[in-house]
Design a protein around this ligand. Sequence first.
Ligand code: FAD
Length: 399
Amino acid sequence: MEYDFIVNGAGPSGLCFAALASKNGFRCAIIEKQAKEAIEAPEFDGRDIALTHKSKEILEDLGIWVQFSPDTISTINKAIVNNGKNDGKMTLESNLAPNLAYVVSNHLVRQYAHDIVKNDNNIKIFFDNEIVKIDNRLEFVNVSLNDGTNLNAKVLIAADSRFSTIRKRYGISASMLDFGKTMVVCRIKHEISHEFIANECFGNGYTLALLPLNENVSSAVITMKPNQIDELLAKSDKEFTNWIQERFEKPLGKIELISEKFAYPLVGVYANSFIAPRFATIGDAAVGMHPVTAHGFNFGLLSITTLMNSLIKAKKRNQDIGSAQVLGEYNRKHRLDTLPLYLTTASIVNLYTNDTLPASLARKALINIADKMAPIKALMMNKLVDNGRSFLPKLPFLN
Ligand SMILES: Cc1cc2nc3c(=O)[nH]c(=O)nc-3n(C[C@H](O)[C@H](O)[C@H](O)COP(=O)(O)OP(=O)(O)OC[C@H]3O[C@@H](n4cnc5c(N)ncnc54)[C@H](O)[C@@H]3O)c2cc1C
């Protein structure tokens, strides 16, 4: 067999999967619809992503983390969730580690992951290409690309975003939650330090989060209805930074907008199965999270390690790595790890973007109660710091 895996999509999940597969002696072909230049040197996309300690360990193992210079890694030492500007808050900090999470730029994760795989003899990337035909055989899968290339592998892996076309071809449905909101992300520089505290403010008709970056820079994350976002984007830089300060309890001093603003429509996606015969979905193609709980790529990395554990076990036992048993184990485990938080995130988003008075009162009560419940906060924080998995208890019916 030419390849063990054909990976559709050279995003962060596809590249990290291939890097981990190669480390474990597997061979991969990656198919990417974008041109080589876009993957080799991706541009800043506005996303500064929060990563758990577990995700950092995985990126360290893959040789990706070491490529970040210290000034491009920031930490979240404490997080404060505010209801409105001055209407109750919950503070989260950990007693297990000096910081809750790390923040790095998404485009650098992509670039450094590509740097790891580009000279790997076990990996070949087919840029500017798409899969046009899939032929599932009993012992392997055959795919044809639009440039006429034909490839065989034991398993086809979809890592082609939350709107995965390959997942659809396999007839796998997905539950999609269109939140009817748009998220704008950009960087601001401010005079007064953020003290490495992440702040999330839930106000009437908007949410505003500030993630701390180095040198008094924050990543601003604003969620509103698309027509309101259009109005916000039309503001001058000064009006825009004033808008942020007016909604933020702590004074930031002089604020300057230092990047372009990037808009992302918010759609949550959960594939109704992560597998089919000789097929598995990973990353956003399996679980496309709402960014509010910052779990998207953390879950992506989790999908990769969970799947790889099953594949390595099968290889050691001389089992077929594409068998229903091997892929089924991944499907079960990853659903258990992700579904509770996916569902909870959806409920939180609904509660926190609902502008009615009862919802506002419920938010206030929830934040005040949660802030006083030390065991719940400790559980949330310890899980975040410890292993990056869902902090919710496992639900027996999800087996
Ligand atoms: C505003 C925002 C903030 C976020 N913040 C966080 C955070 O704080 N923490 C966190 O963990 N996550 C965060 N995320 C989520 C994170 O960015 C994603 O989970 C991650 O980028 C998903 O990676 P992926 O490789 O699965 O998919 P993608 O990044 O979508 O990559 C998919 C790749 O597949 C390629 N492709 C698509 N279709 C095809 C096709 N038909 N054929 C071939 N190739 C194809 C694409 O060109 C692309 O290269 C955030 C997301 C957003 C939008």
